[in-house]
Every structure is written in structure tokens, then in C-alpha cells.
Design a protein around this ligand. Sequence first.
Ligand SMILES: [Zn+2]
Length: 261
Amino acid sequence: MRSLWKGSISFGLVNIPVRLYAATEDRDVHFHLLHRECHTPIRYQRFCPTCGETVPSENIVRAYEWQRDAYVPVEEEELERLPPAAQRTIRILDFVNLADIDPIYFDRSYYLEPMEGAERSYALLRRAMREAGRVAVAQVAFRQKEHLASVRVYGERVLVLETMHYPDEVRDPSPLRGTDQETEVDPRELELAHTLIERLTVCFDPGKYRDRYREALLELVARKAQGQRWELPRPQEPVGVESLLEALRESVRLAEAGART
Ligand SMILES: [Zn+2]
């Protein structure tokens, strides 16, 4: 694992130097873009239309468009020296209950590792948070933004930082149809829906879910690579059920049959 950032957690007057690592990785199947005629990978050029030339990356500078067609270039060094970024601090502001944070706020997860000599203070914060059952709300500046974040204990041993969205970054869902008010429901349908939820309720075990799309895609690639014929499977017809009530009754029946086998 390669660390993405170094800094320290500030917990009151206690500073805990840490390294930050990405906690998750993307397992998506990635495609390359080829010219259909000759199968050559397409290459991108950073081209300046004014000078009529390709620009190497050392001659490219970031700029903010502060008015239409008026740009202010900003150097990398200036970005890193802005006050919140330069402090390199995960500033713990408050402690809350995890259940009080709606998951919509969570963005990305990062592991925090104590630097040499910080193991004791790291262990202390971890133990205290675990015993209190609380999550820290913090702010940390990296990558051109002061992030809102939470810090919590993952498993038993690791502090994990989750960057979070600010409330003004969460879109207002009220224009969505059917969400502005409570709609009347049929009590018999509601009871069946409750029964169905009950029948399908388990302890969350993420290990039992697989990306079936990725599996099918890799199989398609393997077959095509071996020159085998591949027929696109027919889309499955949805099962026709006359009414919502009928669909619920049938679903409960199927869930009960599934539970018995
Ligand atoms: Zn130019």
C-alpha cells in the first residue's frame, strides 16, 4: 500500500502523526479505446489551438475561470501552502453516534496508520473511541478542499477516516415524483410487504454478494479471445403478475419456499 498523505490527528492538545491510505480499491473491468480499423490504442494529445502545438505536461498550469474567458493560473505550491492544507491536520471537532450520520454523507474511506513513535497515542484514541462507541467528526484539508470527515474504529484495530459531503453538496430530492408527501397504501399490501421483509431479513454478510456482471463480462472476453462464437443471451421477460397484492403474495410464497430448501 502506498500512502496518499501524511499529517496528524489533533485530539484536543494531543497530536497523533499518521499516514493515510486508500481503504478500498476499484475492481471494475477497464476498457481501452482502439481505432476500430487497425486496433491501435487511441492516444490523447494535450493540444493548444492558439500555438498549434502539443503541450508537454510541465508546460501545463492549472487556472481558475474567475470570469468568462478570464483565467487566474494557480501554482501547485500555492495550493499546498494555503493555511488549512499547510497545517496537515485531521482536526477532531466533535464526537457523535455513528447512527446519527446518514450514509448519504459518506464519500471515501481511508485507513490511518500511526507513524513511528505514535503507536501509543493512536492506541489510546482507538481504545477510548471503541469503549465510548462514538465517532469523531473532523476536518482535514487535502486535494484542494477542506473535507468534512469522520474518524472511527474499523474492526477492532484500525482508525478509518471517511471523507464526507457538506450538506450543500447533497442535492434536494423534493423535485422527485412521489416523494413530496406520504401516499395512501392498502393495509393488506402493507402487511404482506412487512412479511416479505421479515422473511428476507438476515445478518449482513458482504462476502455472499458477487459482481455477476463482472463475471459475465470476463467470460465474454475469454470466449472472444479464444475465437468462440458468442450469442448474446436473450433478455429475461419479467414475470407477469396482475396486481401489487398478487405480486406480494407470490413473493412471500417464493421467499418461504427458498427458506425451506
Ligand atoms: Zn499555446
